[in-house]
Design a protein around this ligand. Structure first.
Ligand SMILES: [Zn+2]
Length: 193
């Protein structure tokens, strides 16, 4: 169980890094320390409170982070260090982003995984507009004239659903009904790596 928790946390950290590629390891570590210490609490739809940690240089017992017009603001911007800090993204905000990414990954989703190994051509069509389809193709051999592929489709939906799928795999053409089962979002993320 600890292992899975770590994986989800790892995914959340990856997303934070991707969002702020210019930030170094110490910034990530401080954000992670706040998040792991359980210092983030949601106050409202777009507001969170982050407990202050003197070991991380905080002078106040708590800070409020708000999301306004797609931008995060933290009350630490209003302190004496505010002018210097406002140009940057503080680790209170980073901890909130980790908290949000983690919560998203823990949300349930309905999904089905479809895998085919095909010689040459392959195609999948999901006859439903409300689902999301993630496609991954791997080449299984080194034969340029007769390539063989492993094709993975992950179909996800916010609601329980049965979808119709049309597929072509080499010479085979078919249609199949697939029922999406309940799972967690992070499972999908792990499948698609
Ligand atoms: Zn802050």
């Amino acid at each position: 169980m600890v292992r899975v928790e770590r994986d989800i946390e790892g995914l959340a950290v990856e997303r934070l890094r991707a969002r702020f590629p210019g930030k170094g390891n110490s910034w990530i570590k401080r954000a992670l320390r706040r998040f792991e210490g359980g210092s983030v609490r949601q106050l409202g739809e777009d507001a969170w409170v982050v407990s202050g940690d003197p070991r991380l240089g905080d002078r106040y017992p708590s800070y409020v982070v708000r999301l306004r017009d797609g931008r995060y603001h933290c009350t630490c911007f209003e302190t004496s260090w505010g002018l210097r800090r406002s140009a940057e993204v503080c680790t209170h905000i980073a901890a909130v982003i980790l908290h949000r990414e983690y919560s998203k990954l823990m949300q349930p989703v309905y999904a089905a995984v479809m895998t085919m190994e095909c010689d040459g051509d392959h195609h999948v069509e999901v006859l439903d507009r409300e689902v999301r389809v993630i496609r991954q193709v791997r080449v299984l051999n080194n034969d340029l004239l007769k390539p063989r592929y492993r094709v993975t489709y992950v179909i996800t939906s916010e609601k329980p659903k049965t979808v119709m799928v049309r597929y072509a795999c080499g010479d085979e053409i078919g249609e199949q009904e697939i029922t999406l089962g309940k799972t967690m979002r992070y499972i999908i993320e792990l499948i698609m790596r």
